[in-house]
Design a protein around this ligand. Structure first.
Ligand code: ATP
Length: 217
């Protein structure tokens, strides 16, 4: 059986998570204390339910423990977000993914049992900046505070050259992990591999070095 998801809080973020999961074919229970929000999602998800997630009995009655992943997408009401996370952990939900509005909120969420904390506004801000620096940056994954992986479409600087000629390790201090050409992914690129127009490079490195490469891309 495929995984079952519950989403608590149907604001812009939670609503988008719930709709996307459902569009991808997963069963989704969406919970909000606001009856209007619940009604708005009645046709969008598998079950839309009105409940206050700070009420432990209400969550138990919904069988929340049986869900593989519960996403808590309450931002503004930090107290509700923390209490909900704690209750879910107490009930025994294995994976509680919670939206945080700031670092302190995120730290508290981990302490009360969050499996993963996400910062959608902060992450989107970072992504937008990377696109601004170089429109060729397609994606960006933060590995640690100072290290990331980026996907960059090969601009004129790269096209027609081999990895050896580009010497990205020496020039930028970064490593090309993979080269995507259409549907093909070369996950062990060799020095002699030549970059074609339309290729996408997957590059790992220190953020300062990646920034130099982005500016060139
Ligand atoms: P957005 O994703 O739109 O930025 P936000 O971070 O501003 O959302 P809120 O508007 O505070 O988050 O909350 C999102 C939703 O969560 C709202 O629809 C709200 O009714 C619901 N919500 C807040 N507290 C609870 C609760 N205790 N139980 C159930 N739903 C709740």
């Amino acid at each position: 059986m495929s995984k079952q998801y519950a989403v608590i809080g149907l604001g812009r973020f939670g609503g988008s998570v719930a709709k996307t999961l459902h569009d991808m074919g997963y069963e989704v229970m969406a919970i909000d204390r606001d009856p209007q929000r619940v009604q708005d999602f009645a046709q969008i998800v598998t079950h839309a339910v009105e409940a206050d997630s700070t009420d432990e009995n209400a969550l138990k009655a919904l069988g929340i423990r049986n869900f593989d992943v519960v996403v808590v997408a309450i931002g503004e009401d930090i107290q509700s977000s923390i209490m909900t996370t704690l209750i879910l952990q107490d009930i025994g939900v294995e994976k509680v993914v919670v939206k945080a509005t700031n670092d302190l909120h995120g730290k508290v969420l981990f302490k009360v049992g969050a499996y993963k904390v996400v910062y959608p506004e902060r992450d989107m801000g970072v992504r937008v900046v990377h696109h601004l620096i170089s429109p060729n940056i397609l994606d960006y994954i933060e590995l640690a505070d100072d290290y990331s992986i980026i996907e960059v479409s090969a601009g004129d600087y790269f096209v027609g050259k081999t990895l050896e000629e580009l010497d990205i390790r020496a020039q930028f201090g970064c490593n090309v992990m993979a080269i995507k050409s259409g549907n093909h992914i070369n996950i062990a690129p060799l020095a002699g591999d030549r970059i074609q127009r339309g290729d996408i490079l997957v590059v790992i490195g220190h953020n300062n070095d990646l920034k130099k490469l982005e500016e060139r891309a």
